[in-house]
Design a protein around this ligand. Structure first.
Ligand code: GDP
Ligand code: MN
Length: 388
């Protein structure tokens, strides 16, 4: 049978750990800077804001930042949510109460297929890439084979922790955490349960600062609750918001937000933005109805995406008349406080009337261009790309 695995995000891993009593810092997940503030307020300041992507080395990539108050959380979360870490677009952050670290350890359980035993790895040199430790200083990793029939008890775990060189004051708590991690690994049907770093705080508490959990998909039949992990694979907070508003939206990783009427025109708009050296932040087709409600909803969704630096509204009036669209845009501008400059290209049925409606509202934040190509160039330039 083919073996498939499910990697969890750190926040899911920590929630998984919590079921088995493994201590973590109080925190919560957020998809927007405002949600991050709510989580920060709940966790208590200072907090760390951490990018939720399934790659290591997030700190070095700017994906882990400290914040001392609500304002800082909003800023740091906005920055991190706009990041792309090693090709992984950040859609969520984990916000947790910051820890004062005295020691950083490494702990994990996985299966040693050759030995047909579980393998625990424990090191006093945690916090860094464990493969690096294995290469440069293999003696710093204490390995323990665990017989699945006998399991692991605290006295054995304590001796193991001593051998790994954990400081004496950490031993009792570390032993308890190791037994819980083993239980999580076995009963939770993990292929890997890893804590790096497992920390000792300056006030003497041992807990998991990070979580890496890989589930064994062959055991999925025992875990109906795992369905939520499959769901988060495609869950993009922007797409969820758009779905709630009934919009046909697909999140992309660029900086130019796009609104067009008709799927064909939306696709061509993406192409033209790319051709002139920009990148689209989304695909968004508002369809036939472009009234104020639809336009306001579309602008709100795009506005919530921190990566967007400029918005290009590209409408070709047919059945939907351009003057109606223009009224929609004007009403939407009244209702939504738009962060980015907007470039509008309105053409087709009643285009003259539409442009006239828009004219008094034009500024250096709301611009009109006569053609799709001009509009794309202008939007890309405003987004900070160099239009060609
Ligand atoms: P990874 O690098 O992607 O595995 O992310 P981690 O969650 O392991 O965090 C990387 C590093 O950030 C840790 O080893 C810590 O040094 C630091 N860090 C993370 N959370 C905290 C915190 O609450 N307080 C302090 N002082 N450092 C933290
Ligand atoms: Mn880590």
């Amino acid at each position: 049978m083919e073996r498939t695995t499910v990697d969890l995000y750190e926040y899911q891993g920590k929630q998984y750990f919590a079921r088995f009593g493994i201590p973590t810092s109080p925190g919560g997940v957020a998809g927007t800077p405002e949600e991050a503030v709510t989580q920060g307020d709940a966790a208590g300041y200072p907090v760390v804001v951490k990018a939720q992507v399934k790659v290591g080395g997030r700190g070095k990539a700017g994906g882990i930042k400290l914040a001392n108050d609500a304002g800082e959380v909003r800023e740091r979360a906005g920055e991190i949510l706009a990041l792309d870490i090693k090709g992984h677009r950040v859609h969520r952050v984990w916000v947790e109460h910051a820890s004062d670290i005295a020691r950083e350890y490494y702990a994990s359980f996985t299966l040693d297929r050759e030995a047909k035993l579980h393998l625990g790895m424990l090191s006093a040199e945690g916090g860094v890439d464990i493969e690096e430790v294995a290469r440069t200083n293999p003696d710093a990793i204490a390995k323990l084979h665990v017989d699945p029939v006998k399991g692991l008890d605290e006295p054995t775990a304590r001796i193991w922790a001593e051998q790994a060189g954990l400081v004496p004051e950490a031993l009792d708590q570390a032993a308890a955490v190791l037994v819980k991690l083993y239980t999580c690994y076995v009963e939770g049907d993990c292929d890997l349960a890893e804590i790096n770093p497992l920390i000792l705080t300056t006030d003497g508490r041992v807990h998991a600062l990070d979580a890496k959990v890989t589930l064994d998909d062959n055991a999925a039949f025992r875990h109906p609750e795992w369905a939520e992990y499959a769901a988060t694979e495609t869950e993009d907070p922007r797409e969820l918001m758009a779905k709630e508003k009934g919009l046909n939206y697909i999140g992309l990783s660029g900086t130019v937000g796009i609104i067009a009427n008709g799927a064909g025109l939306a696709m061509s708009t993406l192409d033209v933005v790319n051709q002139v050296g920009g990148s689209a932040a989304n695909f968004l087709d508002i369809g036939g109805g472009a009234n104020a409600d639809v336009m306001a909803a579309a602008l709100e969704v795009i506005n919530a995406d921190p990566a967007v630096k400029a918005i290009f509204v590209n409408i070709f009036g047919g059945i939907t008349r351009v003057d109606e669209v223009a009224n929609g845009v004007v009403a939407a501008l009244d209702r939504v406080d738009i962060r980015s400059p907007i470039v509008l290209r309105l053409d087709g049925t009643n285009a003259e009337a539409g442009r006239a409606i828009l004219k008094p509202h034009l500024s250096d934040r709301v611009l009109a261009e006569p053609t799709m190509l001009d509009g794309a160039r202008r939007a890309v330039a405003l987004a900070g790309g160099t239009p060609s």
